[in-house]
Write a new protein. Structure first.
Length: 746
């Protein structure tokens, strides 16, 4: 770093900060005047104020750190070299319209992330721009002070990245814009119009990259899409809270964020009584210690796999076809003896013309056809009604009754026909409704119950599975209960018959922890989206929900995207864990059977920190717990903010929680230790106790694994994946405790 150059760069920073202040004042003045402008057009004024406030918010966000990099580039067709300062947002000089800061998402910024010193190019809206990169520079700016700069080429271990990797867990997600690596950049900027599948190792930044991809897509397609055209599907609310501050920090708001369960409730229009999606996993995890025999657990797994498969969807489609063929009343539409439309014509409209609409929407369209024909026959129908009325009056007048009674009955007959004549005169659309009121008004839950209880046994050749479905699933449905695997078919049935209850103008869905979803779940999402525009991120090595999820991407692609050519990318570098910790995790995952292992990508650690892992044998649970307290105190003194004690399952975690609380109660130190459960929706730094399967997707400064012995973690594929997940949550320190004999997985 040259001292004179540092002074010049500091002067440049001072100028940019002054420009930011100038722009801030211009925007504030514009906002003030907007209140008195366009007095007759509230909408225009509201739009101006909204845009002004957004610009003001963006500018305030970058005041302390306006940019993080610079690139000097001379395009072949330009005379002069461009000096580009890259930051979180773009900033133009209001007076000259010259660029002060270039947005990290702009096409030319790709030179910083992917380009090397020398010949390079980037893709602009006008096409490929080629030229020469003469400088790539990173800045270390804090609170408007340039501490230093460093000139770089494309290196995975550049200085800015290393500084970011040293940060604590609660700061990590926000700093990636300056340190995006080439393989991550390829995912962020991948073509939106093709399905994108990302196999990323633990700690490779899948979630963070997904969020930055949304920010990039919204920036790139801002004229075509709004933020609410995008959706993130995360594994649980706890996870959504964990990422909740990242998108606003990237300047993106109003993106839809759901768990699969909550999305299902939105589609269906009501909440259902669903069992905890982790209960089944816990049953399978504890199979060696549970009263349920092995055969029953094998059936639980078999049922879950089947319900999540595309074959199960095909059976639901057969069921829906039966409903479809018998949905509308099997008779002609006749009003006052005038045939308006034949049943065959209505059925053709329902089954063919409007086959891409929900059943209810098809009925609405058929009503429009009937209404049109009804209008053409109004005079004819009115004449028939009037003749009927005249006939009845004449008949009544011949009866031997008093004149007073005749007058009274004449009025009654007139009133009887008056209502329909008025409705015909007004061309009332509701005249058509009574014909369709005979259609069954079952909700999607009732339809699914009918499918399971009365329909499915005819279609499944596997009688053991068929009986289990009928006896187990139908029994739960009768009690009004469903499992996670029941959500996709119920959503699908509802969407096909009733459509969606919420705004489905979605253009792109990002699915995190995708390995935990099955074929049917993905098929439903594609149906709702009516597109293959998806970003699918996951890690087969972390597929603990194997009984319903994806076991390899190859078969998944053949089923879900057989007619498309999805983009498949891998993230092999891990930016979370140290070399020693990742080496242990790779050693564990290497114990998988060969047929599973061939789809696993092993992590390549970037951080090389010594003494980051310790394996400790203890004689009793109380010895482990006392040592854990010492570890917690040690880590807190070292400045670590997030510490996780990971147990294998919830029972073990409750045991840890109860005993740690008692130990702390009898000590001078008081600790607030949170037990994380699947129902939780908030994540805060501190000390957490978490089951292995709920830790997935999270990261902590320090991780303590409780009792990794040969009984707790066997050589089963599920135990291997649970231990892999637990190990890879650690950023800086990992302590592994065990009683008796250590697990053969280590």
């Amino acid at each position: 770093m040259n001292e004179n150059e540092l002074l010049r760069e500091r002067e440049k920073l001072r100028q940019v900060i002054q420009k930011i202040e100038d722009e801030k004042k211009i925007i504030e003045k514009s906002l003030s005047s907007s209140k008195n402008t366009y007095e007759k057009d509230d909408f225009v004024r509201a739009q101006l104020i909204y845009m002004g406030n957004k610009k003001l918010k963006d500018i305030k966000q970058i005041r302390s750190k306006p940019y993080f990099a610079r690139i000097d580039f001379k395009a072949d067709l330009d005379k002069d070299k461009e000096r580009l300062y890259i930051g979180k947002i773009s900033l133009l000089d209001s007076k000259t319209q010259e660029s002060i800061i270039v947005d990290w998402r702009a096409p030319i910024s790709n030179l910083y992330y992917d380009g090397r010193i020398g010949r390079s190019s980037y893709i602009s809206p006008e096409g490929e721009i080629t030229g020469e990169i003469s400088l790539k520079r990173q800045y270390f700016i804090e609170n408007q002070i340039l501490e230093k700069y460093t000139d770089i080429d494309l290196k995975a271990n550049d200085e800015l990245l290393q500084v970011a990797l040293e940060e604590k867990a609660d700061d990590r997600l926000k700093n990636i814009v300056a340190t995006i690596q080439k393989e991550q950049n390829a995912i962020i900027r991948a073509d939106m119009n093709k399905p994108l599948i990302v196999q990323g190792v633990a700690g490779s930044g899948k979630t963070t990259i997904a969020l930055h991809r949304i920010a990039y897509l919204i920036y790139t397609y801002e004229k075509d899409f709004d933020p609410d055209n995008f959706m993130i599907i995360a594994p649980n609310k706890f996870f959504l809270n964990y990422i909740s501050n990242v998108l606003p920090d990237l300047g993106v708001e109003n993106v839809k964020q759901y768990t699969f369960e909550d999305l299902a409730y939105e589609i269906i229009g009501k909440r259902l009584k669903i069992s905890d999606s982790n209960e089944k996993l816990v049953t399978i995890v504890n199979r060696e210690f549970d009263d349920i025999n092995k055969g029953d657990i094998d059936l639980i797994i078999k049922e879950s796999k089947f319900k999540s498969s595309i074959k199960f969807k095909e059976l639901v489609d057969k069921f829906l076809r039966c409903i479809e063929e018998n949905y509308i009343p099997k008779k002609d539409f006749i009003l006052e003896n005038v045939r308006i439309m034949r049943y065959e014509n209505m059925q053709n409209l329902f089954l063919n013309t409007y086959k891409n609409l929900s059943f209810v929407r098809r009925i609405d369209e058929i009503k429009k056809h009937i209404y049109s024909k009804l209008i053409n026959n109004i005079d004819k129908i009115e004449n028939i009604i009037k003749r009927k009325r005249t006939y009845r009056i004449n008949k009544m007048l011949k009866e031997n009754v008093s004149d007073e009674e005749k007058q009274k009955r004449r009025i009654e007959i007139f009133e009887e026909y008056e209502d329909i004549l008025k409705r015909l005169d007004k061309q009332d659309f509701k005249l058509i409704d009574p014909f369709f009121e005979k259609i069954d008004k079952k909700d999607s839950f009732e339809y699914y119950k009918e499918f399971i209880c009365e329909f499915i046994y005819k279609l499944i050749l596997d009688k053991e599975l068929s009986n289990y479905l009928i006896n187990n699933t139908s029994s739960n449905l009768e009690k009004g209960e469903i499992s996670f695997e029941d959500l996709a078919p119920i959503m699908y049935i509802h969407y096909k018959i009733y459509g969606a209850k919420f705004n489905t103008k979605l253009r792109h869905i990002i699915i995190d922890e995708a390995q935990d979803y099955g074929e049917f779940q993905f098929s439903v999402l594609k149906t709702i989206l009516n597109s293959n525009s998806m970003t699918i991120l996951g890690d087969i090595a972390q597929g603990v929900h194997f009984y319903r999820g994806i076991e390899n991407w190859e078969d998944f692609i053949k089923v879900e995207f057989k007619d498309e050519k999805p983009i498949y990318l891998t993230l092999e570098k891990t930016y979370r864990t140290t070399k020693d910790i990742m080496s242990e995790a790779n050693n564990v995952i290497d114990k998988l059977p060969e047929y599973e292992k061939k789809f696993i990508v092993k992590g390549e650690p970037v951080i090389n920190r010594k003494d980051s892992i310790k394996i400790l044998k203890k004689d009793s649970d109380i010895d482990i717990l006392k040592d854990i307290i010492n570890k917690i105190n040690e880590y807190k003194k070292s400045g670590y903010k997030s510490i996780a004690i990971i147990g294998k399952d919830m029972n073990e975690c409750k045991f840890i929680k109860k005993n740690l609380d008692n130990l702390y109660k009898n000590s001078d130190l008081k600790e607030n230790i949170k037990l994380i459960q699947s129902k939780d929706s908030e994540y805060n730094a501190g000390i957490s106790i978490v089951p292995s399967y709920l830790a997935k997707g999270l990261e902590f400064d320090c991780v303590i694994l409780y009792n990794v012995n040969d009984k707790n973690y066997t050589k089963s594929s599920l135990d291997i994946k649970l231990l892999y997940v637990a190990i890879t949550r650690a950023m800086s320190r990992l302590d592994i405790y065990y009683l008796g004999n250590i697990s053969e997985l280590l």
